[in-house]
Write a protein that binds this ligand. Structure first.
Ligand code: KIV
Length: 271
């Protein structure tokens, strides 16, 4: 039975219950007030203020350049719009990898200055100290393993991760570690579906997949990709639910035509 409709506010505890009941968790990114309002009203469970804002909002090639200040700007805009969804914010590259005290202060700034409910960090054992310090301050943490775009220059490409045995074993170890130290959930990006299914089965915390098949506890997509606003990004895992870039272009072309031939505004659209 779906508990989806009667939940007033989604919390990390609600997500845990959804996993227990076998109800899939829906998650999408948002970076601004208007979009966040629409997807919250549609009933999305989790909104991720992803550092993919670096790509889709700012036009950078990678997620590396986005700053903590920029993430705070996006996250506070989203939080102002949301009544129901759990809002999770990515800690940007450079704010947590080197020093766990800096990681905690970045997470505290996000929580205090945006009103978000949780933060997300990419990585496993190598960022353990930062994750533990953030958790010790009472800030919920969502882990992220598999393809971790902040490490793109280490990987060299955006191909599927953990295809070989050694990388798969490390991913399973990292997933268990993140659960043990207290993460409330885990994003698995672009890994074999079978491996993702194993992790979801072995762990009690919810596993949210992107390019990780359906045997997980929920799915996340970047809103610009699933609505067809971005056009050049077309991985196999992406399902486009709309072709919004064409619709927007069509509407703008009609507007231009109406302005040029003075059919806008008409006598009812003026004072
Ligand atoms: O930044 C982001 O949008 C993400 C998702 C792809 C999981 O991390």
């Amino acid at each position: 039975m779906s508990v989806h409709k009667n939940i007033k506010k989604v919390t990390t505890h609600v997500l845990f219950e959804m996993k227990l009941r076998g109800e899939k968790i829906s998650m999408l990114t948002a970076y601004d007030y208007s979009m966040a309002k629409i997807i919250d009203q549609a009933g999305i469970d989790v909104i991720l203020v992803g550092d993919s804002a670096s790509n889709v909002m700012a036009g950078h090639e990678t997620t590396i350049p986005i700053t903590l200040e920029e993430m705070i700007y996006h996250a506070s805009s989203v939080v102002r719009a949301v009544d129901r969804a759990l809002v999770v914010v990515d800690l940007p590259f450079g704010s947590y990898q080197g020093n766990s005290k800096l990681a905690l202060s970045a997470a505290i700034r996000i929580m205090k200055e945006t009103g978000a409910h949780a933060v997300k960090l990419e990585g496993g054992a190598e960022i353990r100290e930062s994750v533990e310090r953030i958790l010790s301050a009472g800030i919920p943490v969502l882990g992220h393993l598999g393809l971790t775009p902040q490490s793109i220059h280490k990987f060299g490409t955006y191909v599927v991760r953990a295809r070989d045995e050694e990388e798969a074993r490390k991913l399973i170890e990292d997933a268990h570690l993140l659960e043990e130290i207290g993460c409330f959930g885990l994003v698995l990006e672009k890994i074999p579906a079978k491996l993702a299914g194993t992790v979801a089965e072995e762990l009690k915390i919810p596993i949210i997949g992107i390019g990780a098949g359906h045997q997980v506890d929920g799915q996340v997509l970047v809103i610009h990709d699933m609505l067809g606003i971005t056009q050049e990004f077309s991985p196999r895992f992406l399902r486009r639910y709309h072709n919004l870039s064409e619709e927007i272009k069509g509407a703008v072309m009609n507007y231009i035509k109406d302005v040029k031939n003075v059919s806008f505004p008409n006598e009812h659209e003026q004072y």
